[in-house]
Design a protein around this ligand. Structure first.
Ligand code: AMP
Length: 305
């Protein structure tokens, strides 16, 4: 495995791989790798001859300096995981390399980047789209793997790559959860024991919302209300938003029966830590009591950071 620190070495490594007839997969990350990232890497390694992982905590996408400072970092452990997974190239640039001067260019994906995370974290998706555009531009033709865990990010990146005719196929991967349903996230490491226990409220909220949809509720606001009520019942959690949306463009439809697929989104704060989660709104359709089979189906992994 080769570890490269500069944009030009990264571009060169992937261009050389393609010249040798190798098909390239790319997994962009901010490091502190856990089993969720690993599932993306494993999928890419299974599908491509040459897999690159980028590890870069992108300051542009943090709207709060304290969040950036506290973001977990562990490059040695990340490199060990990448080597074990069969990654060929790790791109781990410093901030100076990615932003040698203040960029005057920024990528804004209108519409889909504006509600939900975009409304709560001003500038977040411009930061994401800008760094992903830089990564795609440096990587060249490839398939890029993104987690459904960050569903709005996936929609934003897909739309950007399509609008700008980037030679990148965006591949969506399912969310990996702890056995109790909490979606794996680098931020989970920042939760106290009590907050960690309370954090299952996001998954419980999503299951309750999907249960309401399975029982025939087609009013998005009614689904959002039952989801919000679950979060409100957890004293350590503070709701940011709960919503039932059209998965294609994240708009709230007049009726869920007009839309397929439906996505349920939830965000809540546990102490200082803000967590987000989402699921297929019809995950529980046809599951009898509206709970178990879909819950099992959505659990893809075990490990937790
Ligand atoms: P991050 O390092 O948080 O920027 O995440 C890098 C990639 O891993 C993103 O595409 C995330 O959506 C994805 N990811 C993060 N957590 C999970 C998870 N629990 N399951 C699947 N993918 C994930």
């Amino acid at each position: 495995m080769e570890v490269v620190r500069t944009v030009s070495a990264f571009t060169g490594a992937l261009a050389a791989a393609r010249r040798q007839g190798r098909d390239v997969g790319l997994v962009p990350t901010m490091g502190a790798l856990h089993a969720g990232h690993r599932s993306l890497i494993d999928r890419a390694v299974a599908a491509h001859d040459h897999v690159a992982v980028s590890i870069f905590v992108n300051p542009l996408q943090f709207d709060r300096a304290d969040d950036l400072d506290r973001y977990p970092r562990d490059l040695d452990a990340d490199l060990a995981q990448c080597a074990e997974a069969g990654v060929a190239t790790v791109f781990a640039p410093g901030v100076e390399e990615m932003y040698p001067r203040r960029p005057l260019t920024s990528v804004h994906v209108a519409g889909v980047s504006e509600p939900f995370e975009g409304a709560t974290r001003p500038g977040h998706f411009d930061g994401v789209a800008t760094v992903v555009a830089k990564l795609f531009s440096a990587a060249g033709t490839c398939a890029a793997y993104f987690g459904e865990k960050d569903f709005q990010q996936l929609v934003v990146v897909r739309r950007m790559a399509s609008d700008l005719s980037m030679p990148v196929r965006v591949v969506a991967c399912p969310t990996v959860r702890a056995p109790d349903g909490l979606a794996l996230s680098s931020r989970n490491a920042l939760l106290s024991d009590d907050e960690r226990r309370a954090a299952t409220v996001l998954w419980r909220s999503l299951r309750t919302g999907a249960g309401a949809v399975a029982e025939g509720e087609d009013r998005p606001d009614a689904v959002a209300r039952v989801m919000a009520a679950v979060v409100a019942a957890e004293p350590l959690a503070e709701l940011d938003y709960a919503a039932a949306v059209d998965a294609a463009d994240l708009h709230v439809p007049a009726s869920l029966s007009d839309v397929e697929p439906v996505r349920l989104l939830v965000a809540a704060r546990l102490g200082q830590v803000r967590l987000i989660d989402n699921c297929d709104g019809r995950a529980m359709a046809g599951s009898g009591d509206g709970r178990r089979p879909a819950a099992r189906r959505l659990v893809h992994g075990q490990g937790e950071r």
